[in-house]
Design a protein around this ligand. Sequence first.
Ligand SMILES: Cc1cc2nc3c(=O)[nH]c(=O)nc-3n(C[C@H](O)[C@H](O)[C@H](O)COP(=O)(O)O)c2cc1C
Length: 222
Amino acid sequence: MNVIDAVKTRFSVRKFLDKPVDKELVYKILDIARWSPSGHNMQPWEVAVVMGKKKDELSAKLVEAVKNRAERKYDYYYGPKELPEHIKARRNQCNALVFEHKGIDPKKDRDKLMDHILENFRFFGAPVVLIIMREKELGEPSFVDLGLFGQTIMLTALEFGLATCPQTSVAAYPYIIREVLGIPENKMIVYTIVLGYPDMDAHINKLRMPRDEVEKFATFYE
Ligand SMILES: Cc1cc2nc3c(=O)[nH]c(=O)nc-3n(C[C@H](O)[C@H](O)[C@H](O)COP(=O)(O)O)c2cc1C
């Protein structure tokens, strides 16, 4: 697959086949993704690869926490409640498209809404979860490094017929991830990427998110 096809065909997959991914293949993807760029080549990314029974245990604890409305406590500043208008509009559009596609009225269908939220914590049925972390004692530029690393993972996965969904929802409960996996306090849990074989027949995987035109975000200076 060429790079342009990879960039344009990648999308966030939210239903996976019940088919395991070989550990060696996950290793191979990480072995390619380690060639991502990073500031001063600091390579600040650290990954916990969670699969099998450990993944099931983590998922069960997270689902329980969400159902019990446990405290959401990111390891980092998640963002302001009030967003700039044009950004808020895009976020609202994203949510509206997902709810419309799934036939959920978030104000009325409280049970359906909860099921929808919980799917994140069931990792959309993916057999592998990559927990992307860094040392807490690093500057903000390392977030850029972790994002670039994640995109490399997601594009590389396509080459092997795999699909992904990045998630910050799960990072709201770092204390649960720490408890289940024994991850020390000095590691910041930034986001997760679920990985597996996509269920391309699933209705949710027919959804594609739009993008603004170049004119909306780029200014050329000559
Ligand atoms: C940093 C980040 C966090 C995200 N968190 C979630 C998440 O928790 N749950 C989810 O379903 N999608 C999540 N997404 C996926 C976005 O909703 C998705 O990338 C966006 O709507 C564009 O759609 P596409 O990836 O299908 O092109 C996240 C994406 C990024 C980059």
